[in-house]
Design a protein around this ligand. Structure first.
Ligand SMILES: Nc1nc2c(ncn2[C@@H]2O[C@H](COP(=O)(O)OP(=O)(O)O)[C@@H](O)[C@H]2O)c(=O)[nH]1
Ligand SMILES: [Mg+2]
Length: 320
């Protein structure tokens, strides 16, 4: 298929063209750029919902129920599931496939799993690209499933209008262990597996954490929704809360909250420091000198790091 043919097919909502376009983007083929820029003018209509949380929290099951709920409203639903394990080895991937097969026959539903590639930038770029394709193809709702591993789950806030963090009791992810940053980007908290013991305990813990977190009265206050994804219990309330968040965003011209942008910027900066700044430091003569001082027992590791840090701070002050 030629680029024009793919673009035309995507705009008509043809599944084969959509799948082809996403593969080209995922594989980073040269045509990807042309396809995305041709589709760009047709994007911006879809509402994008990020569903994140640890493996096994019930994200895919919840998405299955959300698809059905949105289909009942007559909306077309696209799903991009980002799985950090390779599609060939990840058992969850196959499980999701089978469970979602019935939905795949529906013309108003498109489901795509994407394996994550080595680099973080690559993941979010390809995911963002897939979302753009589905948006241009006319899907009203796009659900993006990301696993709460690494910083992937935070990056989803950059492409989703509403981020839903799915928690479940008994997964070992008690509230205290939730990584900083994720709490800041979640617009809605779901405590799934409410049929299990300790779900109420989890809700109470979550409430107390949210209560003490800094809050600006004009900000959105993230609600907590209890669900049993297996039976669909709580799904209507979740859809309602997503609608409420959408209305809140619409009222502020779809601008993301400052809190979210701060978190995303900090995360992008953290990645840039690790990929760009740290290599510069480790290649410097000062780093070698610090290594020698520690080797000779002249300073401790912490003191060596402190020496390097003061040189960096000095260089930054000179920049001002
Ligand atoms: N008891 C119970 N099990 C659930 C619920 N939601 C999902 N599960 C099960 O938990 C397992 C993991 O669900 P899955 O949707 O694949 O989780 P994901 O890894 O977050 O996508 C599956 O066996 C589901 O059937 C729930 O509300 N209650
Ligand atoms: Mg899943």
């Amino acid at each position: 298929m030629k680029v024009e043919e793919i673009v035309r097919g995507v705009l008509r909502g043809e599944k084969r063209a959509i799948a082809r376009a996403i593969s080209i983007i995922e594989d980073g083929l040269p045509e990807a750029k042309a396809i995305l820029s041709a589709l760009e003018p047709h994007t911006g209509r879809a509402y994008v919902i990020g569903i994140t949380g640890a493996t096994g929290a019930g994200k895919s099951t919840l998405i299955h129920k959300l698809i059905q709920a949105y289909r009942r409203k007559g909306l077309k639903v696209g799903v991009v599931a980002v799985d950090p394990t390779s599609p060939f080895t990840g058992g969850a991937f196959l499980g999701d496939r089978v469970r979602m097969q019935d939905l795949a026959l529906d013309e108003g539903v498109f489901i795509r799993s994407m394996a994550t590639r080595g680099s973080l930038g690559g993941i979010s770029d390809a995911t963002g690209g897939a979302v753009k394709v589905l948006d241009a193809a006319g899907f009203d709702i796009i659900l993006v499933e990301t696993v709460g591993a690494g910083q992937l789950d935070i990056a989803v806030a950059g492409i989703a209008h509403t981020v839903v963090l799915v928690l479940a009791p008994g997964l070992g992810d008690d509230i205290q262990a939730i990584k900083a940053g994720i709490m800041e980007i979640a617009d809605i908290f779901v405590v799934n597996m409410a049929d299990r013991p300790n779900a109420d305990r989890m809700v109470v813990d979550l409430m107390s954490v949210l209560e003490v977190s800094p809050f600006n009265p004009s900000d959105w206050r993230p609600p907590i929704v209890k669900t049993v994804a297996l039976t669909g219990e709580g799904i209507e309330e979740l859809v309602e809360q997503i609608e409420k968040h959408r209305a809140y965003l619409a009222k502020r011209g779809m601008r993301p909250s400052e809190k979210k942008v701060r978190t995303l910027l900090l995360e992008a900066l953290r990645r840039a420091v690790v990929s760009d700044i740290l290599p510069m430091i480790t290649k410097s003569a000062k780093f070698d000198a610090a290594v020698q001082m520690v080797v000779k027992g002249q300073v401790s590791i912490d003191a060596g790091a402190e020496l390097l840090l003061s040189s960096i701070k000095q260089a930054l002050r000179e920049m001002e």
